[in-house]
Design a binder for this molecule. Structure first.
Ligand code: AMP
Length: 350
């Protein structure tokens, strides 16, 4: 157990000239606040008009304004001059684009080789299956749908338009409402409660940590239970959608923790095989826990997730381990700080 390990303790000798930067969106408040807490300078790259939170919450020492994300290359020049390290989050990858992320010259926290595995649902599945995780069945042919299934559109903005189908006829009827849709996945619908597990893996200590858990607050599926079945029948146009509008903190039943550690370790071990040197830093397993306490993973995020945002001052789990306000954003900065102190920064930069 590495609690209070001296490598975890901030040192005064860290180079003061390193800045931590990210795009102002998603989990940037937490990332920048965490970096400041670890003594770094911070730079937010914001679209003009989106800078208010980063000014008001005083997390950015500097704000670089851009007119469009296509201008990120201009910001990048400044970031390089400022000796900045970029911390990716989901919006960063989406706005800058996977191809451009690969071309970045500014130091990038993370392994870029893992990104294609995260971006493609089939590759994700291969990764999770290879790691030995329990995953929902997939129906490649709608004719074979024989259990309740969820139809997910690729690249859908946060679950909009997803629908449930109980068989082929139901699928055909509902997909007809989405004539523009080309790519989708038909996945077994797992009855249970959703759960998102936030991990951090350190390539310096080779240790996996559980940072926190969250549940997403999704509109409108999380409010359908407030409309009686009778009223839902009277309003047939109510289709469930899974648009994330917030995140709720949650602690899990303690007896589930050993399995969650085990799953995280298997995912990291498999990532070292498919995309050396493997996944490191924050990541998240997204799934459903069934009444018999089985966790089915339907997705992996290979970087910080917005579900860590409720824990700017740390989670119950990070409190146990660190005994200080350790958000996932701050844990990233602590890792960079440890690496600088041990002359191992190369291990963290893709
Ligand atoms: P995703 O876009 O894959 O993150 O899914 C969006 C939401 O759909 C999740 O947060 C869950 O509420 C729900 N969901 C996704 N996949 C499944 C599944 N296989 N079984 C049950 N619910 C799911």
């Amino acid at each position: 157990m590495a609690r209070a390990n001296k490598d975890d303790m901030p040192k005064k000798s860290m180079p003061k000239d390193v800045a931590i930067s990210t795009i102002g969106s998603h989990s940037a408040l937490q990332i920048l606040k965490g970096a400041k807490d670890e003594g770094f300078r911070t730079i937010a790259v914001c679209l003009k008009g989106r800078e208010r939170p980063y000014q008001s919450f005083k997390v950015a020492d500097e704000i670089i304004l851009i007119d469009s994300y296509d201008d990120f290359a201009e910001a990048e020049k400044k970031l390089i001059a400022e000796n900045a390290i970029i911390i990716p989050h989901a919006s960063f990858i989406e706005y800058v684009g996977l191809e451009n992320v690969n071309k970045l010259k500014v130091p990038y926290f993370g392994n870029k080789a893992i990104l294609p595995w995260e971006a493609n649902r089939d590759k994700q599945r291969e990764w999770l299956k290879g790691a030995g995780l329990r995953i929902p069945r997939i129906f490649t042919d709608p004719k074979t749908i024989d259990i309740p299934s969820i139809v997910k559109f690729h690249g859908a903005a946060g679950g909009k338009g997803y629908f449930l189908a109980k068989n082929e006829a139901d699928f055909r009827k509902k997909i007809a409402k989405h004539p523009e849709t080309k790519k989708y996945t038909i996945q077994e619908y797992i009855m249970g409660v959703p759960m998102y597990v936030h991990y951090f893996y350190s390539p310096i200590t080779n240790e996996l940590e559980i940072m926190s858990f969250d549940v997403r607050y999704e509109s409108n599926v999380d409010s359908l239970g407030r409309v009686s079945a009778r009223d839902q029948m009277a309003l047939p146009e109510i289709d469930p959608s899974y648009v994330v509008v917030g995140n709720l903190p949650v602690v899990v039943r303690e007896s589930l923790l050993p399995e969650f550690f085990d799953m995280g370790e298997k995912v990291v071990a498999q990532s070292k095989k498919i995309a050396p040197p493997g996944l490191f830093g924050p990541f998240c397993l997204e799934g459903v826990i069934t009444p018999d306490a089985h966790f089915y993973t339907f997705e992996i995020s290979a970087r910080i997730v917005a579900g860590t945002n409720p824990y700017v001052t740390g989670s119950p789990y990070s409190q146990l381990r660190y005994n200080e306000s350790m958000s996932t954003g701050r844990r990233i900065a602590r890792e960079i700080r440890n690496a600088i102190n041990q002359d191992k920064l190369k291990l963290l930069l893709g």
